[in-house]
Design a protein around this ligand. Structure first.
Ligand code: ADP
Ligand code: ADP
Ligand code: ZN
Length: 215
């Protein structure tokens, strides 16, 4: 099974992708995480990518497509993937179709997580994540169960994302509206788009996603 989790910044894509990995043995392919790993490498390319990401703009289609293709071609993708944060533009959606076809893979569902902007602002302002495994938490809605220790990997260090600052958040919402929302009709036309209520609490959102993929 190959899925796309689609939604604006802060919709809960990463949170739900981690749960789907656990429950279904799928692999989460999060372009944001992959790009952050590249920026951490300290390469020249990494520095240029970091400047773009911190501003809230999109990294070029060319770079992102290359990053994702390497992973889709990899052996761990064979049991199915959850695409989180990709595609984000029409050219990326088209490139995805072409690469899936090349690897004889099929896209089963695109799940749109709908959340209103006020709730997104609140979510991004309180978001932090595990420094080692990237698991995403929230100061109020999703704290680690044992204070200060990552539920997933047990690490003790957490980080806030530079692009969760208000200026970058405003830019990311505009980018979502202008460049990413236009891919919805693309998937609607293929008859594989499902909308879910991303405003619900985390467990309820998981139930809605499970209902969609059980259909
Ligand atoms: P969020 O989950 O909050 O939407 P991501 O971690 O997916 O954020 O993405 C963070 C940043 O990484 C984006 O604002 C953008 O700069 C870059 N990025 C991630 N995925 C893509 C993509 N598919 N195309 C272009 N840029 C991307
Ligand atoms: P995305 O990957 O779409 O940018 P995340 O999964 O990182 O979103 O979630 C953004 C923030 O909101 C995180 O701090 C996360 O813990 C929190 N969060 C995720 N889902 C919900 C939810 N259904 N209700 C409240 N907070 C949520
Ligand atoms: Zn962790």
């Amino acid at each position: 099974m190959n899925l796309i989790l689609l939604g604006p910044p802060g919709a809960g894509k990463g949170t739900q992708a981690k749960r789907l990995e656990q429950a279904h043995g799928l692999v989460q392919l999060a372009t944001g995480d992959m790009l952050r790993a590249e920026t951490a490498s300290g390469s020249g390319l990494g520095r240029r990518i970091k400047a773009v990401m911190d501003s809230g703009a999109l990294v070029s289609d060319e770079i992102v497509i290359e990053v994702i293709e390497t992973r889709i071609a990899g052996s761990d993708a064979k049991n199915g993937v959850i695409l989180d944060g990709f595609p984000r533009t029409i050219p990326q959606a088209e490139a995805l179709d072409a690469m899936l076809a090349r690897h004889e893979l099929k896209l089963d569902r695109v799940i749109l997580m709908e959340v209103d902007e006020a709730a997104l602002i609140d979510r991004l302002a309180g978001r932090f994540s595990c420094r080692s495994c990237g698991a995403s938490y929230h100061e109020r809605y999703n704290r680690p169960k044992q204070g200060g220790r990552c539920d997933v990997c047990g690490a003790f260090e957490f980080v806030y994302r530079p692009d969760d600052k208000p200026e970058a958040v405003a830019r990311r919402f505009a980018v979502y509206r202008e460049q990413t929302a236009p891919i919805l009709p693309y998937y609607e036309a293929k008859g594989i788009l499902s909308r879910i209520d991303g405003m619900a609490e985390i467990d309820e959102v998981t139930r809605q996603i499970e209902a969609v993929i059980a259909r």
